[in-house]
Design a protein around this ligand. Structure first.
Ligand code: DHB
Length: 357
């Protein structure tokens, strides 16, 4: 999508909003937008397509798929928290064969760029998943979910140890078409995320998805028991955004050439901009979708306006900007009015309530 001028809002106060060119290159893939869906929050995109044209997004990142069909955990599976959501779904899904036949086929027919998220219980399972995808083709990249918090035992959270994280990534790399980029999805629940990033990059990861949910717990004070049937769950939403941003910052600083998909509590174009400034090439929108199914499309438009309001013609040019020395060139905003308009667009999102309204 190229720079454009659109008008909207109250006709009496109508102001032109210029949008920056949103095209980015992610691990060699040309995307029309840096905004993607986050795995697990939009299944395979079919339902979202009823709210907006999913082909306008950078890509659909599918719910992590396992080898066999999974019924998932008992309910309740979701619980609201003061500024986020806790969930324990248990990787429910149809299994890789049905996924390829139905979901991937639909995404291809629809013309959506697709990043397939895979999850296994063992290193070998990841290899088999990658081999099946290699045979099917019809996708742009693999996201290797090695950080699902809702697994039978913590030993299966491969991303919590550099060695096991690297083993999975190496196996997926060896089982995949060498032209397919592989993104390793890391957990923030580690002492040093840069150490884990280093290990998976050495093992062949093309890029990184930062971050998965944090392991959390909610207790229902009426029943005096954990709210979720699975006891603990993954925390997502605005509460985790500063943690996610810190991880993107640290990893980009250590490995500036490695593409990062940033995610964690993004609800507005300004939130997305923060991630790009910290070093992410693309961003995934997740929890916000449950409250506002059009969020990825809205955030795409808001981001384009936010970037333009800061004097940039291309979104690609702000990636990693926050790491540059203070005296680097900042283009002057096209007009103060643009900055104000862009700020007004997202100011309504600044309140705390994000699910219940
Ligand atoms: C699930 C998987 C995840 O990767 C996550 O962050 C949260 C929940 C799940 O399917 O339970």
């Amino acid at each position: 999508m190229s720079a454009a001028v659109v008008t909207g809002g109250d006709p009496g106060r109508r102001q032109p909003i210029e949008h920056a060119d949103t095209a980015v290159e992610l691990a060699g893939i040309g995307l029309p937008s840096p905004v993607l869906t986050a795995s697990g929050c939009a299944a395979a995109g079919r339902e979202l397509d009823e709210f907006f044209d999913i082909t306008e997004l950078g890509a659909i990142v599918t719910k992590s798929i396992m080898l066999k069909p999974q019924a998932g955990r008992a309910t309740p599976r979701m619980s609201e928290t003061p500024s986020g959501m806790l969930n324990s779904i248990g990787l429910q899904g149809p299994g890789i064969d049905a996924f390829i036949e139905n979901d991937l086929a639909w995404l291809n027919e629809r013309g959506a760029r697709t990043i397939v998220s895979i999850a296994g219980e063992t290193v070998e399972e990841y290899g088999r998943l990658a081999a099946k995808l290699r045979s099917s083709g019809g996708f742009d990249a693999i996201e290797v979910n090695i950080s699902c918090p809702n697994v039978a035992d913590r030993g299966q959270v491969f991303a919590c140890r550099a060695e096991s994280a690297a083993q999975v990534v190496q196996t997926v790399r060896r089982s995949s078409d060498s032209r397919i980029p592989i993104f390793a999805k890391l957990s923030p629940d580690v002492t040093d995320i840069v150490e884990i990033a280093d290990a998976v990059i050495r093992a062949g990861a093309t890029g990184l998805s930062l971050i998965n949910t944090l392991l959390g717990l909610v207790i229902d004070t009426t029943t005096m028991r954990p709210t979720l049937a699975g006891t603990t769950g993954g925390l997502s939403g605005p509460a985790i955004r500063p943690v996610a941003l810190r991880c993107v910052w640290q990893v980009h600083q250590a490995f500036p050439a490695i593409p990062i998909i940033g995610m964690g509590g993004i609800r507005s174009g300004r939130d997305a901009l923060e991630f790009l400034l910290a070093g992410a090439t693309a961003v995934s929108v997740g929890t916000a979708i449950f409250h506002d199914p059009s969020a990825p499309s809205r955030i795409h438009a808001e981001l384009a306006a936010e970037v333009r309001a800061r004097g940039f013609d291309h979104v690609q040019d702000v990636i990693g900007f926050a790491h540059r020395a203070n005296d680097s060139d900042v283009p002057s905003p096209t007009s103060a009015q643009h900055a104000t308009t862009a700020q007004q667009e997202s100011s309504s999102l600044e309140d705390w309530d994000f699910i219940t309204e």
